[in-house]
Design a protein around this ligand. Sequence first.
Ligand SMILES: NC(=O)c1ccc[n+]([C@@H]2O[C@H](COP(=O)([O-])OP(=O)(O)OC[C@H]3O[C@@H](n4cnc5c(N)ncnc54)[C@H](OP(=O)(O)O)[C@@H]3O)[C@@H](O)[C@H]2O)c1
Length: 259
Amino acid sequence: MTAKNVMELFRLDGRRAVVTGAARGLGRTIAEALAQAGANVVIASRTLSDCQAVAEEIAASTGRRTWAFVVDVANSSEIKRFAEEVSSVFGPVDILVNNAGINIRGAAEELSEADWDAVIATNLKAPFLCARAFGPAMCERGWGRIINIGSILSAVGLPGRAPYASSKAGLLNLTRVLALEWGKKGVTVNAICPGPFATDMNKQLLSDPAQYEAFVEKIPMGRWGELHEIAGAAVFLASDAASFITGSALFVDGGWTAQ
Ligand SMILES: NC(=O)c1ccc[n+]([C@@H]2O[C@H](COP(=O)([O-])OP(=O)(O)OC[C@H]3O[C@@H](n4cnc5c(N)ncnc54)[C@H](OP(=O)(O)O)[C@@H]3O)[C@@H](O)[C@H]2O)c1
């Protein structure tokens, strides 16, 4: 087989991608990047109006087809409905980005059981259910990409983050297990593990200069990530340029987890 020019391997022309939690933050950036690389993209979250607005913006700026879907990934019956609707309206899905996530911070002894359940349902159970909803059809077609958005807390701990860090560490091992199960079927499963980025999830940290600076001190590059800095990792792992990479975690963290 003649090797393609390496830059062509990054193209996603004709691919169909689903990004959960794509109405804002990292998910929005990832959805736009996949569309810039050539994919048609489903924008999904719990807020249809936000998804519609983002879908229109991305379609206008990239010329790709986009669809807005509402789904609460913390609700398993919603995931089933979502997967069925997406497959019938959009067609077979090639790329799934499990990005939707929440964080409830607090000391372990103060968090409620409901806090724990909400974070685990959204950050860990939902990627499992979404992967099961879309992955088998990818396996049947012999090509697929599943990208789970982990965190630096997939690998290291931080006080006050018991449910979140547990969910993200679990997500990394879910990534590995699915990679083993689906590797021979042409479906790769990888994680992107971001360090701190200025999104709504981090409003609390961003509004407190002391906490913000405490994070900066932990980052060897001496700054938070900028949203566009997640884009390359997502396009890479979604593309044929990453065809022999599965079960891996790509840390986009300014070096936080290198120390
Ligand atoms: N920002 C960071 O520094 C950072 C670092 C490491 C990892 N991450 C991870 O990156 C991902 C994106 O984070 P972000 O910072 O971009 O967060 P964000 O700005 O708060 O956005 C989260 C997105 O997920 C959606 N969402 C939340 N719960 C949902 C649910 N149950 N069903 C469907 N959609 C849901 C939200 O929309 P609705 O509320 O409208 O549903 C929103 O579109 C998360 O998995 C997060 O853990 C972020």
